[in-house]
Every structure is written in C-alpha cells, then in structure tokens.
Write a protein that binds this ligand. Structure first.
Ligand code: FES
Ligand code: FES
Length: 151
C-alpha cells in the first residue's frame, strides 16, 4: 500500500492503495465516482474511459502509480452542469439506450473534439470505433458527435 495524491476533476484527492490498482477501481471504490463503468476489464470495450491530461485512456488498465501529476477527468467533472457540447448533443439526439456504455462514449467523443474540433466522418468513426455499445446506439453517437463538432 502507498498513498497517492491525485488531481481528479480539479480537486486533490488522497488514496491509500496498492500501486498496481487500476484507476477504474480507485475512482469507483475509493472515491465513489461511479459514472465510470466496468465493462471488460481488458481495455477492449471503452466503458471505463476517462481523460488523463485531456487524452482518453482506459482506466481499467491504467495503474494508479502511473498517474503522477497528470490530471484525471471523469464524466462527473466533464462540465459543471452537464452542458459540455458533447453532453448537449447527446441529449439532442437522445443517444443512450440502457446507458451503460455512455459515459465512456462521451469521454472518448470529448477527447476527440478537443484534439480535432472538426473531424471528418472517417475520423469520428475511427476515434469512436473502440467504444462498444451492446444496445447498438452507434448511428446516434455518430450524429451527436457531428452536432457537437458544430457547437
Ligand atoms: S472496462 Fe476498460 S476497456 Fe472495457
Ligand atoms: S446504451 Fe446500452 S450498452 Fe450502450
């Protein structure tokens, strides 16, 4: 066990955990930030996506010891009141079905638009292709990302 001080959603948080603990479990079990979901646990589905210094990462495979001073943003910290352009576009297109994959989808889309504010269809397809949705909301996701890119 070791103590890690992490910057999460703009706040410093201390956790006492083994260094190999994946960030997903630090967020969910130690900090009660349960918007980030567990899907596969092996970096294959994207349900656990959060931002590390603005880049989308798979928190199920990212050990807490590797975070250092980099800032983590979860779905809870993406915007103050759910008004990030991606979140607004998601509402406009009524994207979620069961909702389980959606925080990961939104975090991946937000990271894409931060890096590339006007992506082509192919770039959207490619950036979002690693996020799996068992309900098949893919078409609405693509449309919502396009809408968000115009906001
Ligand atoms: S739970 Fe991390 S990618 Fe599936
Ligand atoms: S909305 Fe159900 S898994 Fe994506």
């Amino acid at each position: 066990m070791a103590t890690y001080t992490l910057k999460i959603n703009g706040k410093l948080q201390k956790v006492d955990v083994d260094g190999q603990t994946p960030m997903l479990w630090v967020l969910r079990d130690h900090l009660n930030l349960v918007g980030t979901k567990y899907g596969c646990g092996i970096a294959q589905c994207g349900a656990c996506t959060v931002h590390l210094d603005g880049m989308a990462i798979r928190s199920c495979q990212y050990p807490v010891s590797a975070v250092g001073e980099q800032e983590i943003t979860t779905i809870e910290g993406l915007s103050e009141s759910g008004d990030h352009p991606v979140q607004e576009a998601w509402l406009e297109h009524d994207v979620p079905q069961c909702g389980y994959c959606q925080s990961g989808q939104i975090m991946t889309a937000a990271a894409l638009l931060k890096e590339n504010p006007s992506p082509t269809e192919e770039e959207i397809e490619s950036a979002m292709s690693g996020n799996i949705c068992r309900c098949g909301t893919y078409l609405r996701i693509r449309e919502a990302v396009k809408t968000a890119s115009k906001k």
